[in-house]
Design a protein around this ligand. Structure first.
Ligand SMILES: [Zn+2]
Ligand SMILES: [Zn+2]
Length: 294
């Protein structure tokens, strides 16, 4: 708490992500709302992330090998360095930002505020965390209305808000695992750390594909042409298309009809940045959905 660096943090030079997001807005004025919303979410998350302590879960090559054999993610909910006060704050602030940009309607906003004050928030976050692999796409919340109504839609609202609010805690944990060489032992399509689904990927200069977790943003290597949702590996059943500049690709599966976007790092001037690249590829999402993929 007594970090002497902290008071100046907000005024420090803008992060690389902020600079890149502004560049996206410059190039694609039609994405201005999405960019502005994510700039606010980033700033909010950054303030909290600076004070999240390093997690202390057990991590070594043996642990990784054991979890790999059982396809079981490493991080238990109990081991996330979660501060309940910060989580409550993030839930309410996330709801504020989403509503301001029209991504939450009034009814859902009120529910999210209630969630942020609920003494059971931690239990609900635990439930959300454990049911992880089913939830998808919290990295780029498109600016579209999430309507209230059925329990499923309500669960989607909670998942969306919780996914964004949990991000600072989970990405702190991901930082620790990301640096370990034994991460390469993991061969499954869900995140080795938190069990989340990938919702973006990056093609490395060595032409490997690394999946990026939608919840904690950990990156791990996965077969380049296998669908990470149903493991279909028949190339004739994978449809692939790129943006005109070749910077991004979509791999769509004609078996399960889901798709995954990729940032092509072979022709890039910067590393992949999940938030930036998710926003920059919102038009690609529209194109994939138009073709019947989800
Ligand atoms: Zn993850
Ligand atoms: Zn598939």
């Amino acid at each position: 708490m007594a970090d002497p660096e902290r008071p100046t943090r907000g005024r420090r030079a803008d992060s690389r992500e902020v600079v890149e997001l502004r560049a996206v807005r410059e190039l694609h004025p039609e994405l201005a709302d999405a960019v502005d919303m994510h700039l606010e979410l980033l700033e909010m998350q950054r303030r909290v992330q600076g004070r999240v302590p390093l997690p202390s879960f057990e991590l070594n090559a043996d642990v990784m090998a054991r979890h790999e054999a059982e396809a079981r993610p490493i991080l238990r909910f109990e081991d996330i360095p979660l501060d309940p006060t910060d989580l409550r704050l993030l839930v309410r602030q996330t709801a504020d930002v989403l509503r301001r940009f029209g991504a939450l309607d009034e009814a859902d906003y009120q529910k999210a505020q209630t969630l942020g004050r609920d003494m059971n928030l931690l239990a609900m976050a635990g439930e959300w965390y454990r049911s992880g692999a089913e939830h998808h796409a919290v990295a780029a919340v498109s600016v579209s209305r999430v309507s209230a109504g059925s329990p499923k839609e309500e669960a989607t609202m909670a998942a969306q808000v919780l996914g964004l609010a949990m991000r600072p805690f989970l990405s702190r944990c991901a930082e620790v695992l990301q640096q370990q060489s034994y991460l390469s032992l993991w061969t499954h399509q869900h995140c080795p750390l938190c069990g989340g689904e990938p919702d973006l990927s990056v093609i490395t200069p060595a032409a490997e594909r690394h999946l990026i977790c939608s919840r904690c943003t950990l990156r791990w290597k996965f077969e380049a042409l296998t669908c990470p949702y149903c493991r279909n590996s028949d190339r004739s059943q994978i449809t692939s298309f790129a943006t005109p500049d070749g910077q991004y690709r979509v791999y769509a599966c004609d078996v399960c009809h889901r798709y995954l976007k990729a940032y092509d790092g072979r022709r890039a001037t910067r590393p992949v940045m999940p938030v930036v690249d998710s926003v920059a590829t919102l038009p690609l999402d529209a194109a994939a959905m138009q073709r019947g993929y989800s």
